[in-house]
Design a protein around this ligand. Structure first.
Ligand SMILES: Nc1ncnc2c1ncn2[C@@H]1O[C@H](COP(=O)(O)OP(=O)(O)O)[C@@H](O)[C@H]1O
Ligand SMILES: CC(=O)N[C@@H](CCC(=O)OP(=O)(O)O)C(=O)O
Length: 299
């Protein structure tokens, strides 16, 4: 049972949090925030609902969120059930014709519609599409060794601008078409970075299953410059699955994205904490400027 005094304390704290968010809400009105929602970050139904609620809140306060999702673990599940073996080279799935069919079914079907439904359930209006729709992403083959893995060559974000104007939240599966109409599988981080660069997004949030980029003692680094990312990679401190993320971050910054944040998508309200509080979350990568006191003031 809660006493009147305890309840009052809760409400005062909530009101103060809302009040303190004002400069951040003002800062992000009209901003474009691209969110890469990785398969490992998706979690269970409650975690998916919590993510969807944060996205709907962003839209409600005037941000234009764009979700680019992954789904590697879900692709693995269906491939296993179908008896198709799969391998990765430098973090990318070797994709033959049969694998491509499964990748498209899982990403454009199961995963995309699950996210769309979760956002709509929270009162938002989401539209699911892939990089093949409205020529959003045109690809060339990444590397002959990888089969039908695409490298985004041309990104036409016109369809996204139409969706923003209608107050609709785009949810994008990382697929693309070649000039010849062939379907390509694109790494989710790569697709998110290319879309963020084409939109000159204010933020690219890469949601993963760790709290951020860690240093040699396992501490999360709250802010890094591109040079520091390169140093940590050369020292082998940034390794494995973190390499495609930091490479994406550097390419996105080069392409005109103002800043990239790598953060834990399973942490409650991770996106809200990053955008609308002084605290921030995860590791912020950008060319210059401090993270505090207002971690992105004027950026
Ligand atoms: N310096 C580092 N800081 C944080 N994580 C790192 C670092 N180097 C390697 N990693 C690994 O990168 C992983 C994130 O990449 P990945 O599993 O591919 O993510 P996702 O599935 O979300 O795309 C972490 O779980 C961690 O094991
Ligand atoms: C070329 C390539 O590797 N494509 C990825 C696409 C999905 C993805 O990126 O999913 P996560 O973000 O959950 O890892 C794949 O086939 O798994």
């Amino acid at each position: 049972m809660k006493t009147q005094t305890a309840m009052n304390k809760d409400w005062f704290a909530t009101a103060r949090t809302l009040s303190e968010a004002l400069p951040y809400l003002q800062r992000y009105t009209g901003a474009i925030v691209v969110i890469k929602f990785g398969g490992h970050a998706m979690g269970d139904a409650a975690e998916m609902a919590s993510f969807a609620r944060d996205v709907v809140l962003m839209r409600q306060v005037g941000v234009n969120p764009v979700i680019v999702h992954g789904g590697g673990p879900m692709i693995n599940d269906l491939l296993t059930r179908l008896g198709i073996t799969s391998s990765f080279v430098r973090g990318k799935r070797v994709t033959d014709a049969a694998t491509m069919e499964v990748v498209e079914m899982v990403l454009s079907g199961l995963v995309n519609k699950r996210i769309v439904q979760a956002i709509n359930d929270e009162g938002g209006r989401a539209v699911g599409l892939s990089g093949k729709d409205a020529r959003l992403i045109t690809c060339t083959p990444d590397d002959p060794e990888l089969g039908f893995v695409g490298r985004p060559d041309d990104v036409d974000p016109t369809v996204l601008q139409h969706l923003f104007a209608g107050g609709i939240i785009p949810v994008i599966a990382p697929l693309g078409a070649g000039a010849d109409g062939q379907s390509y599988n694109i790494n989710g981080d790569t697709a998110a970075g290319a879309i963020a660069a084409a939109l000159k997004a204010d933020r690219l949030l890469l949601l993963t299953d760790v709290a951020g980029v860690k240093d040699s003692s396992g501490e999360v680094i709250t802010q890094l410059s591109p040079d520091e990312v390169q140093e940590l990679t050369a020292q082998g401190i940034i390794a494995g699955g973190m390499i495609p993320k930091t490479e994406t971050a550097l390419a996105a910054i080069d392409g005109g994205v103002r800043a990239v944040v790598i953060l834990d998508g399973r942490a409650p309200n991770a996106c809200l904490l990053e955008l609308f509080t002084e605290h921030g979350a995860g590791s912020l990568i950008r060319a210059t400027a401090p993270r505090t006191p207002a971690h992105d003031a004027g950026a």
